[in-house]
Ligand binder design. Structure first.
Ligand SMILES: [Zn+2]
Length: 326
């Protein structure tokens, strides 16, 4: 709308608002806020679209604008002739109600439960659950490439959970989640966390039961910088992996009461474990298969790598570089 017509529109609106009840004014305000949230969402998506790595179908880079669809710029690839927009090939491709995405992501930054977030933005609980995991799939991929210097690595365990699953692959547990036997068993999911002194944090769900040397190596080897000194509790898995990979390793014999040795300790990674578990408690148990998503969510909050709903949205639609798609 051109400025003079817009000024007239505002003047007319002002006169009409004066005739409305407070409740009606609030309805108009909410309507305007919803429009603003919708266009901010589209702007954020388009901002990403302008920097995207190329055609999501064939990775071609010869592309041109090809009109608009559903409020988003459409592109066409000269190589494969197919069209796409900034959401094609992302977990958000076919999600509706875009006006509610940013308010929903605000709820996620506040670590609201599925039900609370659904109430706040007025969507169905099932939609809230689906959205949570679509948004987290992206956040989970946003992770540092390396940890360097003194790197604390330690694992923590959670009882395996099939929450939400219709077909349990084992007899149901009674008395709310207690393992049949004591200690770490195949009933526990192992979460390995590595954290350097700059706060760069990486996490992996290595599988059920104690971490093995192979798993420790598979996770840690590609991300340890050359200057890294790996600090662990001296478990055999780490000893073996560090020796085989020729990595500087500082094992602390915690069983013998050695918790600190000069600058070497595990306080940062253990603090991270306990913050993760304390935070997770609000969700009253999460299914094992969603653990990586929750780890990514916690990491984003803890390391402040995602601080605004817009950053959350961008992380969710960030495409993998073409090389890693194969
Ligand atoms: Zn193409």
């Amino acid at each position: 709308m051109k400025t003079p017509s817009f000024n007239q529109f505002v003047e007319r609106l002002r006169r009409q608002l004066a005739c409305l009840s407070r409740k009606q004014v609030a309805t108009v305000r909410d309507l305007a806020a919803a429009f603003a949230a919708h266009s901010l969402c589209l702007d954020t998506i388009e901002q990403h679209g302008r920097h995207h790595p190329g055609c999501p179908h064939c990775h071609g880079t010869c592309i041109y604008r090809h009109g608009y669809a559903s409020g988003l710029q459409r592109y066409r690839c000269r190589d494969c002739r197919r069209t796409y927009n900034a959401l094609t090939g992302t977990p958000l491709a076919h999600l509706r109600l875009r006006g509610k995405w940013l308010p929903y992501l605000e709820c996620m930054l506040d670590s609201k439960t599925v039900r609370k977030a659904a109430e706040t933005v007025a969507i169905h609980r099932n939609t809230s659950f689906r959205w949570r995991h679509r948004f987290l799939a992206g956040a989970q991929r946003k992770r540092p490439a390396q940890v360097r210097g003194i790197v604390e690595a330690d694992e923590t365990y959670l009882l395996e959970s099939q929450k939400g699953s219709r077909n349990l692959t084992r007899p149901a547990r009674h008395l709310g989640g207690v393992a049949d036997t004591r200690g770490i068993t195949k009933q526990h999911d192992c979460i390995l966390v590595a954290r350097d002194r700059a706060g760069n944090t990486l996490d992996w769900v290595t599988g059920r039961g104690p971490v093995s040397a192979y798993q420790a190596g598979h996770c840690l080897r590609p991300v340890l910088a050359r200057d890294a000194v790996l600090v662990t509790d001296g478990a055999m898995a780490y000893q073996r992996f560090a020796q085989e990979a020729g990595i500087a390793h500082k094992p602390l014999n915690q069983r013998a009461g050695v918790r600190v040795d000069g600058p070497y300790h595990l306080q940062n990674v253990n603090g991270y474990h306990s913050r993760f578990k304390g935070w997770l408690a609000r969700f009253r148990g999460v299914a094992s298969r969603y653990l990586p998503n929750y780890l990514g969510w916690r990491r984003a909050l803890d390391t402040h790598s995602i601080e605004t709903p817009e950053q959350f949205l961008l992380a969710a639609i960030m495409r993998q570089p073409a090389a890693s798609l194969h």
